[in-house]
Every structure is written in structure tokens, then in C-alpha cells.
Write a protein that binds this ligand. Sequence first.
Ligand SMILES: [Zn+2]
Length: 424
Amino acid sequence: MQLYNSLTKRKEPFSPFGPFVTLYVCGVTPYDTTHLGHAFTYVTFDVLVRYLEARGYRVCYTQNVTDIDDDILRKAREVGKAWDELGREQTEAFVRDMADLNVRPPDFYPRATWVIPYIIKITQALVERGFAYVREGNVYYRVHADPEFGKLSRMDYAEMLRVANQRGNNPDDPLKDDPLDFVLWQAAQPGEPSWESPWGPGRPGWHIECSAMSLQFLGATLDIHGGGADLLFPHHECEIAQSEKFTGQRPFVRWWVHVAMVRKDGEKMSKSLGNLVLVRDLLNAGFSPDAIRLNLLHHHYRQPWEWNADEQEEAQAWADDLTGALAVAGGTGTPLDAAPFRRAFEAALADDLNAPRAVEALRQLAAAVRQAAGEGCDVRDAQRTLRDLGHVLGLRFGEPPAPAVVEGWRRLLKTGTRNPERTP
Ligand SMILES: [Zn+2]
């Protein structure tokens, strides 16, 4: 398989480092409802996992929950709820949306608050090695001590600072030596939750949470680290810096995979702009999970796109058409050979997960099934192929989500691990 790597900016033949593929995907910050931008990211990685497994790989998949963060604390204050209660509710709502879309659960589903001791350990090591400094109970990463900082985004200093400032950086913090230095640990503020640390009570910075969870659950070198394209900088840049300086091992990640943004009304779909299309609303409006997945998957994951209602309607027609093709009865004539369609489908996904071409191959197979059935051919084998390939895209052909998906997510909510014997 050729998989595009955001670090090298080219497609590279994929193979895992160890006996199985390790995958980490940045999860949600549970303070608001799942929109199509989230769904595009998690459905993309769901198809990647399904495809790798169909090719015989074993995948170990960790997705996190950023359950302590500025956004959650702000939103909790706004709605007058406890921060952890809000996080629990919103995580449950996200999980319901994922299960309804037949997105398979990851193997591990850690919350940032579960790994505070490891976050402290990493931060301590970075201070000892001169990559971080302590100021009044806060700990900052010293960007200038790291000549490799910027290797993922390939931006110059001014550009990094500009983008970081748009995405949560505080350049005016008087305690920082450099406005681009970022927080590893922040001193407790009145009314905020805090944990004990060698620097006094406080809570972790955002970036260090993902470094800690990926290192703790998957090890020092990950095969694939994914997330939305807006996480590339500063979040993933900072993750590389912290992780590689802590473990001394490189690379922290072999393939960086970023999923493009979904727009609406010409702007990135985001809470702050108020232009969200919610998964729950589409389901309530009667669109089937298959139709929502097909609408997402007929866009390439690296290509930003604009959501519109007409395309969603069209995708519903495709979903109905695929399901209908499974139900047509053929004759006893020459069997329809589905092999060329299977080859086209597999070649599409092998080429940097080209789901739009894979969807096209499925639709052509469905059309061929209908035509051959009309001509009295035996289509049963071709229908089996259609169903098998559809499953690689996570389609259910009108059936409810797979019970293992629903049960797996339910267990993750409780224990953080899909299989009880694989405790973290
Ligand atoms: Zn992350």
C-alpha cells in the first residue's frame, strides 16, 4: 500500500515496524457534539483499519479523549456543569454517534486524566535535559533548544508563531522566554481542577497529553499517527518534539496522516463559526449510516471539501442502490465475474486510501449485478463480493451497526479497553 506521509510530503510504500500496525488518532475534546468534520476523520481511519485488516495486518489502535482542557473548563462554566460531568456526557454522545455510523472502536480509549503521572514523568525528564524550564509552577518547552522543531510543518519561525497564536498559543505570557515556547504543565488557577506535581498543583498542557497516551499505550515508535489537518501545527509538531526528546528514539511516528477539513458556507466547519452539520441531525433526518459514510468517502481524505445537502441526498440514493443490488435475483446463466471490480476496488484503496475510487468501483459492481441479473446470469457470487467489499468501507446495507461495534464502544466507555484481557 502507498500511504501519504505528511512528514516527508510524499506517498511511501507502507509496512509496519513491528509484528502489528500501531495507530494513534487524536480523539475529541468532549465539550460539544460530533459534526461531520469529526466524522470525516474517524470514518477515514476506520476504513484504513478495516483495509489493513483485510490485507492481513493486525492493527493496534489507540484513540484518546482529551478530557481536561481549556475548552472543557470554559464550556462547563458557561453551562453551569462540573467539567468532568460535561466530559462524560459529551464522550457518551460521541461514542453513540460513532457506533451508529458503524465506526469500529479502537483497542484503547484512554482519557488524558488517566496518564497524569506519566505526563509528569515526561515533563520532569525534559526539564532535566534542558528542553524545558520551570516558572512559577508552570513548565514550558524551550523551542530554541530544539533545532528540529518545525520539521513536520516546515514553517519558518514567524509563520509558526502566527499559526500557533491562532490555535491557542499565548505569546504575551510574560513567564515565557520565547513567545513560541509552549506549556507542558500549567499552575492551578482558582476554581480549576488540579493535580499534585513537583512544581505544585496544576494540570497538563494539551500537546503533552497525546505524547503521554501514545507512548504509554503504543510505545516509543508509532507506525501511524493521525488526526485532523488542523492538528498538524502546532499540536503534532509539539508532540514530535516532546516525544523524541523524551525517549531519545526517532522517529516518534513513521507515517503522519492528516484528514482534510470539511467546510460549509465557504468556511471550515467549526463550533466557533456556528456552521456545523451534526451527525445526529443527519441521522434524525432519516439519512442512513451508509449514506452518511458514502457521502464522506466519496471525497479523498486529503482534499478539503464543502458539505452540501444535495450531495447527501445523492449519497442516500447510492446507498439504496447498493442495498437493492444485493436483493436482485439473477438466473442460472453464466456467472457474473466480479474479479475486475474487486481488483479496481483494492487498487483504489492501495493507492493512498483512495476511497472515492473504491466507492465508484462498488457502484459499478452494483450496476453490473443489476444488468447481469436482468439478463438471467448467476449473480450470487458477485453479490457476495459486493457485500464483502462494502464491509471494508464499513457499509451495513440497511442493517443496524454490527453488534461487536456497539458492544466494543460500550466497553471502552467503562474500561478504556475493548478487550478486557488487554488492560493498559
Ligand atoms: Zn492529539
